[in-house]
Ligand binder design. Structure first.
Ligand SMILES: [Zn+2]
Ligand SMILES: [Zn+2]
Length: 145
């Protein structure tokens, strides 16, 4: 299904800004508002930050885009897709998707009686493969010297 159809199905007009937003998120994964704004501004110099902000809010509200529940001041968005966990690299800040069986995770949770879970994020801190590889090669170089 293309983005235009997806937008229309949610009762939204497929404006150029919304289409650009969705394709940028699909190409690059997890993005902050600032990154999205800087990228789209190159394509559309008249674009304002508030337009990006408003469109993101609308897309999030309609469930096409979701905001990651990351603590701190960073607001990160991604295209809504199958539920998955995340790894945030503490060296470079990169956010990686981790496939996860959310049905099994939900079953494993001790939810208080009477409470109802809605959506949530499973976010791990750690080191991404790139940074882990860098660290390994540095150690190797040190051994050579
Ligand atoms: Zn990293
Ligand atoms: Zn993700």
């Amino acid at each position: 299904m293309n983005y235009k159809t997806k937008l229309n199905l949610c009762g939204l007009k497929a404006t150029p800004q919304r289409l650009m937003l969705m394709s940028e998120l699909s190409k690059r994964g997890h993005l902050t508002i600032e990154t999205i704004y800087q990228t789209l501004k190159v394509l559309q110099p008249m674009l304002s930050l508030s337009t990006v902000y408003n469109n993101l809010a609308t897309l999030t509200e309609r469930g096409l885009v979701r905001e990651l529940a990351i603590a701190g001041e960073r607001q990160v968005f991604e295209l809504a897709q199958k539920e998955h966990a995340h790894l945030i690299c503490r060296k470079c800040g990169e956010i990686l998707d981790i496939g996860a069986d959310y049905a099994a995770i939900r079953r494993a949770l001790n939810v208080p009686i009477g409470a109802k879970l809605e959506d949530g994020d499973l976010i791990f801190n750690g080191v991404c493969p790139n940074c882990a590889a860098k660290k390994r090669s540095k150690t190797q170089n040190a051994n050579v010297a």
